[in-house]
Design a binder for this molecule. Structure first.
Ligand code: DMJ
Length: 441
Protein backbone atom coordinates (compact mmCIF):
# COMPACT_ATOMS: atom_id res chain seq x y z
CA UNK A 1 0.00 0.00 0.00
CA UNK A 2 1.54 3.25 -1.04
CA UNK A 3 0.85 5.63 1.76
CA UNK A 4 3.25 8.08 3.25
CA UNK A 5 4.24 7.46 6.87
CA UNK A 6 3.23 9.52 9.86
CA UNK A 7 0.58 9.66 12.53
CA UNK A 8 -3.01 9.76 11.43
CA UNK A 9 -2.34 8.69 7.85
CA UNK A 10 -5.19 6.25 8.21
CA UNK A 11 -7.03 5.49 11.39
CA UNK A 12 -4.32 5.99 13.92
CA UNK A 13 -1.73 3.85 12.26
CA UNK A 14 1.26 5.13 10.36
CA UNK A 15 2.56 3.26 7.33
CA UNK A 16 0.59 0.11 7.89
CA UNK A 17 -2.74 -1.55 7.59
CA UNK A 18 -4.03 -4.60 9.36
CA UNK A 19 -4.12 -6.36 6.02
CA UNK A 20 -0.35 -6.52 5.84
CA UNK A 21 -0.41 -7.70 9.47
CA UNK A 22 2.29 -5.28 10.59
CA UNK A 23 -0.08 -3.93 13.25
CA UNK A 24 -2.06 -7.03 14.04
CA UNK A 25 0.81 -8.78 15.78
CA UNK A 26 0.64 -11.67 13.35
CA UNK A 27 -3.10 -12.18 13.81
CA UNK A 28 -4.60 -13.20 10.50
CA UNK A 29 -8.09 -12.78 9.09
CA UNK A 30 -8.81 -9.14 9.97
CA UNK A 31 -11.36 -8.94 7.16
CA UNK A 32 -13.04 -12.20 8.18
CA UNK A 33 -13.42 -11.21 11.83
CA UNK A 34 -14.31 -7.59 11.06
CA UNK A 35 -17.01 -8.74 8.61
CA UNK A 36 -18.69 -11.44 10.74
CA UNK A 37 -21.52 -9.27 12.05
CA UNK A 38 -22.06 -7.56 8.69
CA UNK A 39 -22.54 -10.96 7.05
CA UNK A 40 -24.92 -12.00 9.80
CA UNK A 41 -26.98 -8.80 9.72
CA UNK A 42 -27.24 -8.95 5.93
CA UNK A 43 -28.41 -12.57 6.22
CA UNK A 44 -25.57 -13.84 4.04
CA UNK A 45 -25.86 -17.21 5.74
CA UNK A 46 -23.45 -19.20 3.60
CA UNK A 47 -20.68 -16.61 3.85
CA UNK A 48 -21.27 -16.21 7.58
CA UNK A 49 -20.94 -19.97 8.13
CA UNK A 50 -17.73 -20.01 6.14
CA UNK A 51 -16.32 -17.16 8.23
CA UNK A 52 -17.39 -18.84 11.46
CA UNK A 53 -15.71 -22.06 10.38
CA UNK A 54 -12.52 -20.14 9.72
CA UNK A 55 -12.65 -18.60 13.21
CA UNK A 56 -13.24 -22.05 14.75
CA UNK A 57 -10.59 -23.90 12.82
CA UNK A 58 -7.94 -21.46 11.68
CA UNK A 59 -7.98 -18.31 13.81
CA UNK A 60 -4.77 -18.76 15.78
CA UNK A 61 -4.22 -16.43 18.74
CA UNK A 62 -0.79 -17.80 19.61
CA UNK A 63 1.14 -15.30 17.57
CA UNK A 64 4.16 -13.13 18.04
CA UNK A 65 4.62 -9.66 16.65
CA UNK A 66 3.88 -5.99 16.87
CA UNK A 67 0.18 -5.43 17.47
CA UNK A 68 -1.72 -2.19 17.86
CA UNK A 69 -3.70 -2.43 21.10
CA UNK A 70 -6.30 -0.10 19.62
CA UNK A 71 -6.74 -1.84 16.26
CA UNK A 72 -6.82 -5.33 17.76
CA UNK A 73 -9.39 -4.17 20.26
CA UNK A 74 -11.76 -2.36 17.89
CA UNK A 75 -11.57 -4.84 15.00
CA UNK A 76 -10.93 -8.24 16.52
CA UNK A 77 -12.27 -7.99 20.07
CA UNK A 78 -15.16 -5.77 18.94
CA UNK A 79 -15.89 -8.03 15.97
CA UNK A 80 -15.91 -11.18 18.08
CA UNK A 81 -18.03 -9.63 20.83
CA UNK A 82 -20.64 -8.42 18.35
CA UNK A 83 -20.69 -11.81 16.63
CA UNK A 84 -21.25 -13.43 20.02
CA UNK A 85 -24.06 -11.08 21.04
CA UNK A 86 -25.83 -11.47 17.71
CA UNK A 87 -25.56 -15.24 17.44
CA UNK A 88 -24.92 -16.61 20.95
CA UNK A 89 -22.18 -18.83 19.47
CA UNK A 90 -19.73 -19.70 22.24
CA UNK A 91 -16.67 -19.73 20.00
CA UNK A 92 -16.85 -15.97 19.54
CA UNK A 93 -17.09 -15.31 23.28
CA UNK A 94 -14.16 -17.62 23.98
CA UNK A 95 -11.91 -16.07 21.37
CA UNK A 96 -12.80 -12.52 22.47
CA UNK A 97 -11.88 -13.29 26.07
CA UNK A 98 -8.70 -15.09 25.13
CA UNK A 99 -7.61 -12.18 22.99
CA UNK A 100 -8.64 -9.64 25.62
CA UNK A 101 -6.36 -11.38 28.16
CA UNK A 102 -3.46 -11.01 25.76
CA UNK A 103 -3.92 -7.24 25.67
CA UNK A 104 -3.68 -6.75 29.43
CA UNK A 105 0.13 -6.48 29.76
CA UNK A 106 -0.01 -3.22 27.76
CA UNK A 107 -1.46 -1.60 30.90
CA UNK A 108 1.61 -2.34 33.03
CA UNK A 109 2.84 1.24 33.12
CA UNK A 110 3.37 3.63 36.06
CA UNK A 111 -0.02 5.28 35.46
CA UNK A 112 -1.93 2.33 34.03
CA UNK A 113 -2.34 4.24 30.75
CA UNK A 114 -1.58 1.51 28.22
CA UNK A 115 1.15 1.75 25.64
CA UNK A 116 0.08 1.64 22.00
CA UNK A 117 1.97 -1.42 20.80
CA UNK A 118 2.09 -4.89 22.31
CA UNK A 119 3.67 -8.20 21.40
CA UNK A 120 0.81 -10.66 21.81
CA UNK A 121 3.23 -13.50 22.44
CA UNK A 122 5.64 -12.04 24.99
CA UNK A 123 3.36 -9.37 26.47
CA UNK A 124 6.07 -6.75 25.98
CA UNK A 125 4.67 -3.34 25.16
CA UNK A 126 6.04 -0.05 23.93
CA UNK A 127 4.94 3.27 22.44
CA UNK A 128 4.71 4.03 18.74
CA UNK A 129 8.07 5.25 17.46
CA UNK A 130 6.40 8.29 15.87
CA UNK A 131 4.44 9.29 18.99
CA UNK A 132 5.88 12.29 20.75
CA UNK A 133 8.33 11.34 23.54
CA UNK A 134 7.06 7.85 24.24
CA UNK A 135 3.49 9.01 24.64
CA UNK A 136 0.22 7.14 24.30
CA UNK A 137 -2.49 8.38 21.93
CA UNK A 138 -5.81 9.71 23.23
CA UNK A 139 -7.88 7.98 20.54
CA UNK A 140 -6.13 4.70 21.27
CA UNK A 141 -6.25 4.40 25.06
CA UNK A 142 -9.59 6.24 25.03
CA UNK A 143 -11.22 3.67 22.75
CA UNK A 144 -11.23 0.58 24.92
CA UNK A 145 -14.05 1.28 27.33
CA UNK A 146 -17.01 -0.32 25.55
CA UNK A 147 -15.25 -3.57 24.68
CA UNK A 148 -13.50 -3.92 28.04
CA UNK A 149 -16.73 -3.55 30.01
CA UNK A 150 -18.21 -6.35 27.95
CA UNK A 151 -15.13 -8.50 28.49
CA UNK A 152 -15.64 -8.14 32.26
CA UNK A 153 -19.34 -8.81 31.92
CA UNK A 154 -18.82 -11.97 29.88
CA UNK A 155 -15.90 -13.34 31.87
CA UNK A 156 -16.99 -12.33 35.37
CA UNK A 157 -13.44 -10.97 35.73
CA UNK A 158 -13.44 -7.31 36.83
CA UNK A 159 -9.88 -6.70 35.65
CA UNK A 160 -10.90 -5.39 32.22
CA UNK A 161 -13.33 -2.87 33.68
CA UNK A 162 -10.78 -1.81 36.28
CA UNK A 163 -8.22 -1.04 33.59
CA UNK A 164 -10.51 1.30 31.70
CA UNK A 165 -11.94 2.93 34.80
CA UNK A 166 -8.38 3.76 35.79
CA UNK A 167 -7.86 5.50 32.43
CA UNK A 168 -10.85 7.67 33.32
CA UNK A 169 -9.32 8.52 36.68
CA UNK A 170 -6.04 9.65 35.10
CA UNK A 171 -7.90 11.77 32.55
CA UNK A 172 -10.05 13.36 35.20
CA UNK A 173 -6.99 14.26 37.26
CA UNK A 174 -4.94 15.93 34.54
CA UNK A 175 -5.56 19.58 33.75
CA UNK A 176 -7.21 20.21 30.40
CA UNK A 177 -5.98 23.28 28.47
CA UNK A 178 -9.12 25.37 27.81
CA UNK A 179 -11.11 22.27 28.70
CA UNK A 180 -9.65 20.44 25.67
CA UNK A 181 -8.05 16.99 25.59
CA UNK A 182 -4.70 16.95 23.76
CA UNK A 183 -3.80 13.91 21.66
CA UNK A 184 -0.60 12.75 23.41
CA UNK A 185 -0.28 11.68 27.05
CA UNK A 186 2.71 10.19 28.83
CA UNK A 187 1.97 6.73 30.29
CA UNK A 188 4.76 7.40 32.77
CA UNK A 189 3.77 10.77 34.25
CA UNK A 190 0.12 10.98 33.25
CA UNK A 191 0.72 14.46 31.78
CA UNK A 192 0.09 15.76 28.30
CA UNK A 193 3.11 15.66 26.05
CA UNK A 194 1.93 18.10 23.36
CA UNK A 195 -0.98 20.46 23.09
CA UNK A 196 -2.36 19.26 19.78
CA UNK A 197 -6.12 18.70 19.80
CA UNK A 198 -8.12 17.00 17.08
CA UNK A 199 -11.57 15.56 16.68
CA UNK A 200 -10.13 13.72 13.67
CA UNK A 201 -7.21 11.27 13.72
CA UNK A 202 -5.51 10.73 17.11
CA UNK A 203 -8.45 12.15 19.07
CA UNK A 204 -11.71 11.10 17.38
CA UNK A 205 -13.06 7.95 18.98
CA UNK A 206 -12.16 9.03 22.53
CA UNK A 207 -15.07 11.49 22.37
CA UNK A 208 -17.28 8.91 20.69
CA UNK A 209 -16.69 6.41 23.51
CA UNK A 210 -17.70 8.93 26.19
CA UNK A 211 -21.22 9.41 24.87
CA UNK A 212 -21.51 5.74 23.92
CA UNK A 213 -20.42 4.66 27.42
CA UNK A 214 -23.31 6.69 28.76
CA UNK A 215 -25.72 5.10 26.30
CA UNK A 216 -24.41 1.57 26.75
CA UNK A 217 -24.84 1.86 30.52
CA UNK A 218 -28.52 2.69 29.91
CA UNK A 219 -27.78 6.27 30.96
CA UNK A 220 -26.26 5.39 34.30
CA UNK A 221 -22.61 6.27 33.66
CA UNK A 222 -23.07 9.95 34.44
CA UNK A 223 -19.33 10.55 34.69
CA UNK A 224 -18.95 9.68 30.99
CA UNK A 225 -21.84 11.98 30.15
CA UNK A 226 -20.30 14.86 32.08
CA UNK A 227 -16.94 14.33 30.39
CA UNK A 228 -18.61 14.27 26.97
CA UNK A 229 -20.67 17.39 27.64
CA UNK A 230 -17.67 19.34 28.88
CA UNK A 231 -15.43 18.18 26.02
CA UNK A 232 -18.03 19.06 23.40
CA UNK A 233 -18.56 22.48 24.93
CA UNK A 234 -14.82 23.19 24.75
CA UNK A 235 -14.63 21.87 21.17
CA UNK A 236 -17.49 24.08 20.13
CA UNK A 237 -16.00 27.09 21.80
CA UNK A 238 -12.49 26.71 20.40
CA UNK A 239 -12.59 24.54 17.27
CA UNK A 240 -15.94 24.89 15.51
CA UNK A 241 -15.78 27.52 12.77
CA UNK A 242 -17.83 28.74 9.81
CA UNK A 243 -16.21 29.30 6.43
CA UNK A 244 -16.75 32.37 4.27
CA UNK A 245 -19.06 30.23 2.15
CA UNK A 246 -21.13 29.30 5.20
CA UNK A 247 -19.82 25.77 5.84
CA UNK A 248 -19.46 24.70 9.47
CA UNK A 249 -16.31 22.70 10.19
CA UNK A 250 -14.18 21.55 13.11
CA UNK A 251 -10.62 22.83 12.92
CA UNK A 252 -7.56 21.31 14.59
CA UNK A 253 -5.75 23.11 17.43
CA UNK A 254 -2.00 23.23 17.79
CA UNK A 255 -1.18 24.84 21.09
CA UNK A 256 -3.79 27.53 20.58
CA UNK A 257 -3.21 28.03 16.83
CA UNK A 258 -5.95 26.77 14.53
CA UNK A 259 -5.28 24.62 11.49
CA UNK A 260 -8.35 25.08 9.27
CA UNK A 261 -8.45 21.53 8.10
CA UNK A 262 -10.87 18.67 8.61
CA UNK A 263 -9.88 15.07 8.10
CA UNK A 264 -12.28 12.50 6.65
CA UNK A 265 -11.95 10.80 10.05
CA UNK A 266 -13.49 13.88 11.75
CA UNK A 267 -16.68 13.41 9.72
CA UNK A 268 -17.91 10.78 12.20
CA UNK A 269 -18.63 13.73 14.51
CA UNK A 270 -21.89 14.68 12.76
CA UNK A 271 -23.33 11.32 13.81
CA UNK A 272 -21.85 11.50 17.29
CA UNK A 273 -23.18 14.98 17.99
CA UNK A 274 -26.64 13.96 16.72
CA UNK A 275 -26.61 10.91 18.97
CA UNK A 276 -25.54 13.06 21.92
CA UNK A 277 -28.14 15.74 21.10
CA UNK A 278 -30.89 13.32 22.08
CA UNK A 279 -29.28 13.18 25.50
CA UNK A 280 -28.82 16.90 25.97
CA UNK A 281 -30.87 19.21 28.14
CA UNK A 282 -34.09 20.18 26.34
CA UNK A 283 -32.92 23.72 25.51
CA UNK A 284 -29.64 22.47 23.92
CA UNK A 285 -31.12 19.62 21.91
CA UNK A 286 -32.07 21.60 18.82
CA UNK A 287 -28.78 23.44 18.89
CA UNK A 288 -26.76 20.21 18.82
CA UNK A 289 -28.99 18.66 16.16
CA UNK A 290 -28.37 21.70 13.96
CA UNK A 291 -24.63 21.54 14.60
CA UNK A 292 -24.62 17.82 13.70
CA UNK A 293 -26.59 18.51 10.51
CA UNK A 294 -24.27 21.37 9.52
CA UNK A 295 -21.12 19.30 9.97
CA UNK A 296 -22.66 16.42 8.03
CA UNK A 297 -23.60 18.85 5.28
CA UNK A 298 -19.98 20.06 5.13
CA UNK A 299 -18.72 16.48 4.87
CA UNK A 300 -21.23 15.86 2.09
CA UNK A 301 -19.86 18.94 0.31
CA UNK A 302 -16.36 17.42 0.47
CA UNK A 303 -17.79 14.51 -1.55
CA UNK A 304 -20.00 16.61 -3.84
CA UNK A 305 -17.09 18.89 -4.84
CA UNK A 306 -14.98 16.01 -6.16
CA UNK A 307 -15.16 14.51 -9.64
CA UNK A 308 -15.71 11.00 -8.30
CA UNK A 309 -18.29 12.08 -5.67
CA UNK A 310 -16.11 10.47 -3.03
CA UNK A 311 -14.36 12.56 -0.42
CA UNK A 312 -10.64 13.20 0.10
CA UNK A 313 -8.65 12.16 3.16
CA UNK A 314 -8.56 15.76 4.35
CA UNK A 315 -10.08 19.02 3.18
CA UNK A 316 -9.27 22.59 4.02
CA UNK A 317 -10.80 25.97 4.54
CA UNK A 318 -7.98 28.29 3.67
CA UNK A 319 -6.34 30.04 0.73
CA UNK A 320 -9.70 30.42 -0.96
CA UNK A 321 -10.46 26.73 -0.74
CA UNK A 322 -13.55 25.28 0.89
CA UNK A 323 -14.15 21.61 1.67
CA UNK A 324 -11.53 20.49 -0.85
CA UNK A 325 -8.10 18.93 -0.51
CA UNK A 326 -5.39 21.41 -1.39
CA UNK A 327 -2.44 19.04 -1.08
CA UNK A 328 -1.73 16.17 -3.44
CA UNK A 329 -1.07 13.91 -0.47
CA UNK A 330 -4.61 14.39 0.86
CA UNK A 331 -6.57 13.53 -2.27
CA UNK A 332 -6.97 9.81 -1.69
CA UNK A 333 -10.02 7.83 -0.50
CA UNK A 334 -9.47 4.48 1.18
CA UNK A 335 -13.09 3.32 1.49
CA UNK A 336 -13.53 5.07 4.81
CA UNK A 337 -16.92 4.98 6.57
CA UNK A 338 -17.18 8.22 8.57
CA UNK A 339 -19.35 10.20 6.18
CA UNK A 340 -21.92 7.44 5.61
CA UNK A 341 -21.79 6.74 9.35
CA UNK A 342 -23.06 10.27 9.96
CA UNK A 343 -25.70 9.89 7.22
CA UNK A 344 -26.96 6.77 8.98
CA UNK A 345 -27.30 8.46 12.39
CA UNK A 346 -28.83 11.61 10.95
CA UNK A 347 -31.31 9.54 8.94
CA UNK A 348 -32.35 7.49 11.94
CA UNK A 349 -32.72 10.56 14.12
CA UNK A 350 -34.44 12.93 11.66
CA UNK A 351 -35.77 10.83 8.77
CA UNK A 352 -34.89 13.60 6.38
CA UNK A 353 -34.76 11.96 2.91
CA UNK A 354 -31.60 13.83 1.88
CA UNK A 355 -29.48 11.51 4.03
CA UNK A 356 -30.65 8.48 2.05
CA UNK A 357 -30.10 10.37 -1.20
CA UNK A 358 -26.56 11.25 -0.14
CA UNK A 359 -25.94 7.63 0.88
CA UNK A 360 -27.14 6.46 -2.52
CA UNK A 361 -24.71 8.86 -4.22
CA UNK A 362 -21.93 7.09 -2.30
CA UNK A 363 -23.18 3.65 -3.35
CA UNK A 364 -23.10 4.72 -7.01
CA UNK A 365 -19.66 6.30 -6.69
CA UNK A 366 -18.24 3.20 -5.00
CA UNK A 367 -19.61 1.01 -7.78
CA UNK A 368 -18.23 3.32 -10.44
CA UNK A 369 -14.78 4.13 -9.11
CA UNK A 370 -13.83 1.56 -6.50
CA UNK A 371 -15.21 -1.75 -7.71
CA UNK A 372 -12.49 -4.03 -9.04
CA UNK A 373 -12.42 -7.66 -10.06
CA UNK A 374 -11.77 -9.05 -6.60
CA UNK A 375 -13.81 -6.61 -4.52
CA UNK A 376 -13.42 -2.88 -3.89
CA UNK A 377 -10.29 -0.78 -3.82
CA UNK A 378 -9.32 2.63 -2.49
CA UNK A 379 -8.44 5.29 -5.04
CA UNK A 380 -5.48 7.65 -5.11
CA UNK A 381 -7.22 10.79 -6.27
CA UNK A 382 -10.87 11.67 -5.80
CA UNK A 383 -10.53 14.61 -8.20
CA UNK A 384 -9.97 12.51 -11.30
CA UNK A 385 -12.20 9.93 -12.88
CA UNK A 386 -9.24 8.17 -14.48
CA UNK A 387 -9.01 5.22 -12.12
CA UNK A 388 -5.92 4.82 -10.01
CA UNK A 389 -6.65 2.06 -7.51
CA UNK A 390 -4.46 1.51 -4.46
CA UNK A 391 -5.01 -2.25 -4.56
CA UNK A 392 -6.31 -2.38 -0.99
CA UNK A 393 -9.69 -3.21 0.52
CA UNK A 394 -9.45 -2.14 4.14
CA UNK A 395 -11.26 -4.41 6.59
CA UNK A 396 -13.37 -1.47 7.77
CA UNK A 397 -15.02 -1.35 4.35
CA UNK A 398 -17.01 -4.51 5.16
CA UNK A 399 -17.20 -3.83 8.91
CA UNK A 400 -18.32 -0.22 8.69
CA UNK A 401 -18.87 1.39 5.30
CA UNK A 402 -21.15 -1.31 3.91
CA UNK A 403 -22.85 -1.93 7.27
CA UNK A 404 -23.71 1.74 7.75
CA UNK A 405 -24.98 1.96 4.17
CA UNK A 406 -27.12 -1.13 4.76
CA UNK A 407 -28.51 0.32 8.00
CA UNK A 408 -29.21 3.63 6.27
CA UNK A 409 -31.67 1.81 4.02
CA UNK A 410 -33.05 -0.57 6.69
CA UNK A 411 -35.98 -0.15 9.05
CA UNK A 412 -35.11 1.59 12.33
CA UNK A 413 -35.60 -1.62 14.30
CA UNK A 414 -32.68 -3.34 12.56
CA UNK A 415 -30.07 -2.87 15.29
CA UNK A 416 -32.15 -0.16 16.92
CA UNK A 417 -30.20 2.72 18.43
CA UNK A 418 -32.21 2.16 21.59
CA UNK A 419 -30.81 -1.32 22.15
CA UNK A 420 -27.35 -1.23 20.60
CA UNK A 421 -24.30 0.98 20.53
CA UNK A 422 -21.78 0.60 17.73
CA UNK A 423 -18.16 0.44 18.69
CA UNK A 424 -15.88 2.65 16.63
CA UNK A 425 -15.52 -0.13 14.05
CA UNK A 426 -19.35 -0.38 13.77
CA UNK A 427 -19.61 -3.57 15.80
CA UNK A 428 -22.92 -3.55 17.68
CA UNK A 429 -22.75 -4.08 21.44
CA UNK A 430 -25.93 -4.37 23.50
CA UNK A 431 -27.14 -1.62 25.80
CA UNK A 432 -27.32 -2.86 29.37
CA UNK A 433 -31.05 -2.59 29.96
CA UNK A 434 -30.92 -4.74 33.10
CA UNK A 435 -31.03 -3.24 36.58
CA UNK A 436 -28.06 -5.27 37.80
CA UNK A 437 -25.92 -3.01 39.97
CA UNK A 438 -22.47 -2.05 38.85
CA UNK A 439 -22.42 -3.93 35.58
CA UNK A 440 -21.42 -2.19 32.36
CA UNK A 441 -20.98 1.20 33.97
C1 DMJ B 1 -11.84 2.66 11.63
O1 DMJ B 1 -10.94 1.65 11.88
C2 DMJ B 1 -12.44 3.20 12.89
O2 DMJ B 1 -13.63 3.86 12.59
C3 DMJ B 1 -11.52 4.13 13.63
O3 DMJ B 1 -12.11 4.71 14.78
C4 DMJ B 1 -11.04 5.24 12.73
N1 DMJ B 1 -10.62 4.81 11.44
C5 DMJ B 1 -11.14 3.67 10.77
C6 DMJ B 1 -11.92 3.93 9.52
O4 DMJ B 1 -11.64 5.06 8.83
Amino acid sequence: MELSCGPGVWGHLPCASLQDSSASGGLRGATVVDALDTLYIMELEEEFQEAKKWVEESFDLNVNGEASLFEVNIRYVGGLLAAYYLTGEEVFRRKALELGEKLLPAFNTPTGIPRGVINLGSGMSWSWGWASAGSSILAEFGTLHLEFLHLSELSGNPVFAEKVMNIRRVLNRVEKPQGLYPNFLSPVTGNWVQHHVSIGGLGDSFYEYLIKSWLMSDRKDSEAKRMYDEALEAIEKHLVKKSAGGLTYIAEWRGGILDHKMGHLACFSGGMIALGAEQAAAERRQHYMSLAAEITHTCHESYARSDTKLGPEAFRFDAGSEAMATRLSERYYILRPEVVESYMYLWRLTHEPKYRQWGWEVVKALEKHCRVEAGFSGIRDVYTTTPSHDNMQQSFFLAETLKYLYLLFSEDDVLSLHDWVFNTEAHPLPVNHTDSKGSLQ
